[in-house]
Design a protein around this ligand. Structure first.
Ligand code: NAD
Length: 463
């Protein structure tokens, strides 16, 4: 929907007026709404979503089904299964000093929430948090990215089909739209995007002391040691890296390979890359495109910069501007001061670093911002535990990559520069929930006996 600046405030006000009506809905009523969203994704709008994502950046249909539609449906199924228990009053013990009272936690909605989402998995990262927000009983304004306009349009139609806009509204538009929305006193902001914009969001939220969830990005390292099943490791890394043409927040950003296995690593990489995308990846219908020319130029600049600083291209390197196409590219010896090692790559370029001792890798990772994900390919338990215990990261997947995103029982999110707060399942529900403490006094309690005047007798009782 296209709203104008002055109607954002009106929309917000109408949602605020409606918040108690929505907040007092039963778990059954909330599940009914989630099921309506599920039907839209699974049946009514499935093909339109696929077409829109193809029009936006040639996302292969199977990738759309697996990474955009399926995770939201799965989230809806999971939430529907557990919502009744999540909304139940949670009784807690009462200490002796408060004898005569009972205490419980009421999971109440935060109120009016804003969800700002990125372009790389627009459906998943807009509707995924929306599922948690609806489950918790909030009203919501959604602001998807301007970079995937076809997908935003379909999502807008879905939302206005299912919801009145005083409950859930989707606002399309450029960055300025986010900036206007961020001026409003939301009760919670759930932002997914870059750390740079995350800081802008947090600053704006601080004006109203609005709580935030920041799902951010950064450079996620992979470590392959000399005990790993190298062939399988390489195949999985190629899948994780080049899915969505590398434009995935938890995609491997760079790989540390033990120097004793580098030549086997190179041949396994060539073998699996060709098996996935053929000798001519530009003709493969399994490989998406860079989202727009701005990002294409950014990535091309990274490659040129690395080459000018004596990095070597081991595989790939070809790009076609007219189609925003970039070949899956493997580079060695990119120096530390090159753009590709300084920035989150977010595209199909994979720098390889070699190492001898695990400590070198641990030291390197700890000298950088905490990653959103850290991947370890190894059969050596001691080595795996050493790496986990001596680094920090939002998540770790051992002997695979990306899969941690799909387990609803795991919190998903970063730490510091890679994010604040968690999403998915119960963790996502809690982000949109205020855990309200309630204490009810049934009879006269110990504290009532100790009220002023503080007589000697009362002092003796305490002593
Ligand atoms: P981005 O930060 O540029 O934009 C995200 C959203 O913020 C968009 O809706 C955009 O309109 C809005 N926005 C941009 N500039 C803004 C500003 N100045 N003020 C207010 N709003 C603004 O991110 P992107 O390019 O869409 O996505 C890529 C980034 O997102 C990467 O860093 C990636 O790692 C991260 N990401 C993180 C996750 C996660 O779950 N942690 C998932 C996907 C992407």
């Amino acid at each position: 929907m296209n709203y104008s600046d002055n109607t954002y405030a009106t929309l917000f006000k109408r949602q605020r007026e409606n918040q108690f009506h929505i907040g007092n809905t039963t778990y059954k009523e909330r599940i009914k709404k989630l099921k309506a969203l599920k039907l839209a994704l699974e049946k009514t709008y499935k093909q339109e979503i696929r077409d829109a994502l193809y029009a936006d950046f040639k996302k292969p249909t199977l990738e759309t089904d697996l990474t955009e539609i399926y995770p939201v449906i799965d989230e809806i199924n999971f939430v529907s299964q557990h919502l009744k228990s999540w909304l139940k009053r949670q009784k807690v013990d009462t200490p002796t000093a408060l004898l005569g009272s009972s205490s419980w936690i009421k999971n109440e909605p935060k109120g009016v929430c804003l969800i700002i989402s990125p372009w790389n998995f627009p459906v998943n990262l807009t509707f995924g948090p929306l599922v948690s927000a609806i489950a918790a009983g909030n009203t919501v304004i959604l602001k998807p990215s301007e970079m995937t306009p076809h997908t935003s349009k379909v999502m807008s139609t879905i939302i206005s089909d299912i919801f009145n806009d005083n409950e859930v509204a989707l606002v399309e538009g450029e960055v300025e739209v986010s900036q206007e929305l961020l001026k409003l006193p939301f009760n919670h902001i759930f932002f997914t995007g870059s750390p740079q914009v995350g800081k802008i969001v947090m600053k704006a939220a601080s004006e109203h002391l609005t709580s935030v969830t920041l799902e951010l990005g950064g450079k996620s390292p992979v470590i392959i040691d000399d005990t790993s099943n190298l062939d399988k490791a390489v195949k999985k890394i190629i899948f994780g890296k080049f899915l969505n043409a590398g434009q995935t927040c938890i995609a491997p950003d760079y790989v540390f390979v033990n120097e004793s296995i580098v030549s086997e690593f190179k041949s396994a990489f060539k073998k699996h890359l060709t098996a996935f995308y053929s000798e001519n990846p530009s003709a493969s219908d399994s490989l998406g495109r860079i989202v727009n020319q701005k990002h294409f130029n950014r990535l091309k600049g990274y490659l040129e910069d690395a080459i000018s600083k004596n990095a070597s291209i081991e595989l790939g390197g070809i790009s076609e501007e007219k189609d925003n196409y970039m070949e899956p590219t493997l580079i060695f010896n990119a120096p530390e001061d090159s753009a590709v090692m300084q920035n989150e790559i977010f595209g199909p370029i994979l720098p390889i670093k070699t190492y001898r001792k695990t400590d070198e890798v641990v030291g390197y990772i700890n000298s950088k911002e905490k990653p959103l994900a850290l991947y370890i390919f190894s059969k050596n338990k001691t080595n795996i535990n050493y790496i986990i215990n001596n680094t920090r990261a939002g998540s770790t997947c051992i002997n695979h990559n990306l899969l941690q995103f799909l387990n609803h029982n795991l919190p998903f999110g970063g730490s510091n520069n890679s994010g604040i707060g968690k999403s998915h399942g119960y963790f996502g529900f809690l982000e949109f929930t205020n855990q309200r403490s309630v204490l009810k006094q049934q009879t006269i309690g110990a504290v009532d006996l100790l009220m002023p005047p503080y007589t000697n007798f009362k002092q003796k009782l305490v002593d």
